[in-house]
Design a protein around this ligand. Structure first.
Ligand code: G6P
Length: 593
């Protein structure tokens, strides 16, 4: 949720930390701060964005420091609650991502022992605990402090007079980056891509010791080695380039993402989805995820059932975690762009504990999900920076199509057509993107409304949900995604000329019912914005506005429709002057349950 960074080297740490923090802001951006260590500790922090903090700081020459960009959980965004947090002596600083669940009792105990805790955060107790246990060795003090801590954490500790960073993690991501006589710790790869592509992933229970000469890992009192990974993403992929926002850049990358992801799966047909890892007779395929990834999972249910003839059950990971019954002989797929969403990770662990083997679909190599899965299938979306997911959603759909096709029960002619259809998708998506100006103009008209419904049926029902989510996230319009058949079971009471309905009319067995819905909507005076194939006369008669969609096999229509809805949300947000890449209160990676 929060972004953390540590740097140690021969260069000035301050500009590097600020630069890395700016790249981490997508993980949280309500406050930020840095601490630099020389003979004393210097801490600068506030409830502002990184660029603003940078302007308030003098130039500092220290070559070691840590930084943090926050997504508040305990305590409102304020200067005192911003990280880094320090001990009483002001010699130890800590940045933290995660939640210390027993912080109240630790706080009471430390206060009784004379520690002066000034913030409302759970993190500050860590700095005081390290101070309490410090007997001349920072690494040992961090280890001792963490023994008292319950909950999840990725932390970096820094101490005045010590030329090293000490890092540790539990259920929260943390990597070490290896440079040339300079090294890094970060919560995420994009933060350090400009400086190095060599990374080592820390495991739960590891203590990472980072000096300018190198990185070491200690565990259970012993030195351990971990494989070094080379990151294939490049720094440009994590930059906006000529685009105004990451979201629109990433929307435009989608034809390429489809091409790259599908090409990779086609080249490795046999091995991509080796579901034999989920051995045994198959009753049901579980597909678990959160947020936009859940909408991909829900679309996956329709896709897998139709193409592979396998019964599928999509569940929101957080809710799945409350179900007490996990059927035996279950195959499961977990979908997570970041590979770090806490609820999804918990669901994976529960399934595995119940004897079920799990295939993870993720975008991030080396992510926690990929490391705990029985098998990992990567989508090739490249770094996704915009908080609102777009290209990762499309790539997840590609993975699900490929999975379904790998287990396809359709006849060979349809299979050929489907593969042909998959290959044509980048061009079809491009056609939607070429219609950007028209969609932008329509978004301008939509942007004046406060409430919108978004409806679809069948495989486009999840797309209606995703379209509504995009509107909510970036334009702050209250948008409700609905299964069109449910409209008359309540939402009709809200229809008026002030509540536009965005309707997806696909060329499949849902079409007639969608046309009936449109008539019902029209007779209640609600403006209807309809996504439909070009030249659909029946729709033209009923719609107030039409977004023309290129013709594709109906099973692929979610891909085309969602791109149009992403553009609609983006431009509605732009018309409303919203901070599109940094929506209020949201974060890209939700590492707390
Ligand atoms: C957050 C992000 C969403 C994302 C969801 C699940 O809410 O803002 O864009 O869909 O988390 O994330 P995951 O990384 O598990 O796909």
């Amino acid at each position: 949720m929060c972004g953390i960074i540590g740097f140690i080297g021969e260069r000035q740490a301050q500009p590097i930390l600020l630069d890395c923090l700016a790249k981490l802001e997508y993980r949280g951006y309500d406050s930020c701060g840095i601490a630099l260590a020389g003979n004393s500790l210097k801490v600068y922090k506030d409830a502002v964005r990184v660029d603003k903090l940078a302007k308030t700081m003098p130039l500092l020459s220290e070559t070691v420091g840590i930084g943090h960009t926050r997504w508040a959980t305990h305590g409102e965004p304020s200067q005192v609650n911003a990280h880094p947090h320090c001990d009483c002596g002001g010699r130890i600083a800590v940045v933290h991502n995660g939640i210390v669940t027993n912080y109240q009792s630790l706080r009471q105990k430390l206060t009784a022992e004379g520690h002066n805790i000034v913030s409302e955060t759970d993190t500050e107790v860590l700095a005081h605990l390290i101070e309490k246990y410090y007997k001349g060795n920072l690494e040992e003090a961090v280890k001792a402090a963490l023994r008292d801590v319950e909950g999840s954490y990725a932390i970096i500790a820094l101490m005045a007079g010590e030329s090293k960073l000490v890092a540790a993690r539990k259920d929260s991501p943390l990597i070490m980056g290896i440079g040339d006589r300079e090294n890094f710790v970060a919560s995420d790869v994009p933060a350090i891509l400009d400086y190095t592509k060599r990374v080592v992933y820390l495991e739960d229970g590891d203590i990472g010791i980072v000096t300018k000469e190198g990185v070491r890992i200690r565990r259970d009192g012993r030195e351990v080695t971990r494989e070094e990974h080379k990151i294939l993403w490049n720094a440009e992929q994590a930059q906006k380039g000529a685009y105004e926002h990451f979201m629109i850049k990433e929307i435009h990358e989608q034809p390429k993402v489809i091409r790259v992801t599908v090409a990779e799966y086609m080249a490795n047909t046999e091995s991509v989805f080796d579901l034999t890892v989920t051995s045994g007779h198959l009753d049901t395929m579980f597909i678990l995820a959160c947020g936009s990834s859940y909408h991909a999972a829900l679309a996956g249910k329709y896709i897998i059932e139709e193409l592979a003839g396998i019964s599928a059950r999509s569940e929101i990971a957080s809710e799945f975690n409350y179900s007490s019954f996990i059927p035996a002989r279950t195959r499961a797929i977990a979908i997570t762009q970041s590979g770090e969403t806490a609820d999804t990770l918990r669901a994976i662990k529960r399934l595995e504990e119940a004897g079920c083997r799990v295939v993870v679909i993720t975008n991030v190599v080396g992510s926690t999900a990929s490391r705990i899965a029985d098998r990992t299938v990567y989508i090739r979306a490249g770094p996704e920076i915009s908080v609102a997911a777009t290209k990762s959603f499309i790539a997840q759909l590609m993975a699900l199509y490929w999975l379904a096709l790998s287990y396809s029960k359709v006849d060979i002619r349809r299979l050929d057509n489907l593969i042909k259809g998959l290959r044509q998708l980048p061009g079809k998506v491009q056609q939607v993107l070429d219609n950007e100006d028209t969609i932008a103009e329509l978004a301008g008209r939509l942007s004046v409304y406060d409430n919108v419904f978004s409806i679809g049926r069948g495989v486009n029902f999840p797309i209606a949900l995703e379209g509504a989510l995009k509107l909510k996230e970036v334009s702050y319009i209250h948008a409700e995604g609905y299964a069109a058949g449910e409209l008359k079971h309540g939402p009709f009471a809200l229809l008026s000329n002030r509540t536009p309905v965005v309707a997806i009319v696909a060329q499949d067995n849902t079409r007639e019912a969608m046309l009936t819905n449109l008539k019902e909507i029209k007779s209640r005076g609600a403006p209807a914005i309809v996504l439909a194939e070009e030249g659909d006369e029946a729709v033209e008669e009923l719609a107030d506005s039409i977004i023309a969609i290129p013709s594709v096999d109906a099973i692929f229509s979610p891909v085309i429709n969602v791109v149009a809805l992403q553009l609609l949300a983006y431009y509605a947000a732009k018309h409303r002057g919203c901070p599109i890449d940094f929506p209020r209160n949201l974060a890209k990676s939700v590492t707390v349950e």
